[in-house]
Design a binder for this molecule. Structure first.
Ligand SMILES: [Zn+2]
Length: 256
């Protein structure tokens, strides 16, 4: 008898540890969101009170780009330099944080580049078609805290895009804090030299889905290699929020 009692005590200890672990995970992950199942986009609005706009907002992103009204809009002025950067896996995507200094000027407002990150497939669609990937260059106006996000569609080309090599070659599989990357990035070489763009007012495409974004989606895609796309998709494949209704918002297009 004593033998079997001793056995049951030792058998239950790992179980208790496991249960405690699960309870702690549940507490820490209360507002965890993802792209599938209960944590998926259809449920984001119910996961936490601060995510309510994901369900109830009326200026949400991404959208399907169609029937854009052509207009003669100002250029997006890119002031992108060569910069040190920090690349990391934030649990939802691969993100590259940028040292201060690079910015865009749009409609007289300066927006500082904070970071860029990836989605696969693209979040925005053009006439119902998604691209293999989309990059979001996230900029912020320090006066209003409003964001301007430049979206660049990535398509598959014949060759590796050298400017992107420092990023695609160093994507961490492990979720973790920003780590200084070895090679500086030539930011200007990451975006198309000449492009028209679509623009509308929308939201973050991830919780809390804040409606603070001037979207600037470039219509000229950037070609990267199949291997570069595969390197990202090995880590994240399917981190695209479904299309949201345009509603009564303006969707404008301006030629290069
Ligand atoms: Zn994004």
């Amino acid at each position: 008898m004593s033998h079997s009692r001793a056995f049951s005590v030792f058998a239950i200890l790992p179980l208790l540890a496991l249960l405690t672990g699960l309870l702690m995970m549940t507490a820490a992950d209360e507002s965890a969101w993802g792209y599938t199942g209960d944590q998926g986009p259809a449920n984001w609005g119910e996961i936490a009170p601060e995510y309510v706009l994901c369900a109830e907002g009326n200026a949400q992103s991404p959208i399907d780009i169609r029937d854009a009204v052509e207009a003669d809009l100002v250029d997006i002025e890119f002031h992108y330099g060569e910069t040190a950067n920090k690349i990391f896996n934030n649990g939802h995507t691969i993100q590259v944080d940028i040292d201060p200094g690079s910015h865009i000027v749009y409609n007289g407002i300066t927006y500082d580049l904070l970071q860029f990150h990836f989605h696969a497939p693209s979040e925005h669609k053009i006439d119902g078609e998604a691209a293999p990937m989309e990059i979001h260059f996230v900029h912020q106006d320090q006066n209003s805290n409003n964001l301007a996000v430049v979206g660049v569609l990535l398509i598959e080309g014949d060759a590796q895009r050298e400017a992107y090599a420092p990023v695609f070659g160093h994507m961490p599989a492990q979720i973790g804090a920003p780590e200084p990357a070895g090679d500086p990035l030539d930011l200007a070489a990451l975006v198309p030299q000449e492009s028209g763009y679509y623009t509308y007012t929308g939201s973050l495409t991830t919780p809390p889905c804040s409606e603070v974004v001037r979207w600037l989606l470039l219509d000229a895609p950037v070609a990267v290699s199949a291997e570069q796309i595969a390197a990202y998709r090995a880590l994240y494949d399917g981190n695209a929020r479904p299309i949201q209704p345009l509603g009564n918002r303006d969707l404008l297009y301006t030629r290069p």
